[in-house]
Design a protein around this ligand. Structure first.
Ligand SMILES: [Zn+2]
Length: 145
């Protein structure tokens, strides 16, 4: 059993029984369900699925933990961060796209407003929500068992 020691919350990759400790900031990223994370890295095996890794202290697998954290997020915080801000971003993206000059070479001028809507919605959903939701909740996912 290999062991790495850092100040984050350690987890165990069940496939090889390796305990992995992360930096505290990496623990926050891994535990925060609003970051799009599909796996982690085991120093012995490489890419590891979240459901193959369990917290060393509780034994809960990381995929279940992240689902539980998402469920326990107050609905008003989810509504603000996952719907209201992305919708406002989509509207802003659409409005900004109207200032992009459409050239004659552009075969599909609709690509700008559609792109503006998607980018405007994605920035708050993928870039802001992972920071904003823990602030609104008043807690760090890395410190929750
Ligand atoms: Zn492993």
């Amino acid at each position: 059993m290999a062991t790495t020691t850092l100040n984050g919350r350690p987890y165990i990759h069940k496939n090889c029984d390796t305990m992995v400790s992360l930096a505290k900031s990496d623990t926050e990223w891994l535990a925060n369900p609003w970051w799009s994370v599909t796996g982690t890295v085991c120093p012995e095996c490489g890419i590891a699925d979240l459901n193959q890794c369990v917290w060393e202290d509780t034994g809960e697998d990381l995929a279940s933990f992240r689902k539980r954290m998402a469920r326990e997020t107050p609905s008003q915080n989810r509504l603000i961060c996952l719907w209201i801000l992305p919708i406002l971003g989509a509207i802003l993206g659409y409005l900004v796209s109207n200032f992009i000059p459409v050239t004659e070479e552009c075969m599909a001028p609709l690509i700008y407003p559609i792109g503006g809507i998607f980018i405007g919605a994605a920035i708050p959903r993928l870039g802001l929500a992972p920071f904003l939701i823990p602030i609104l909740n008043g807690r760090n996912y890395s410190s929750i068992k």
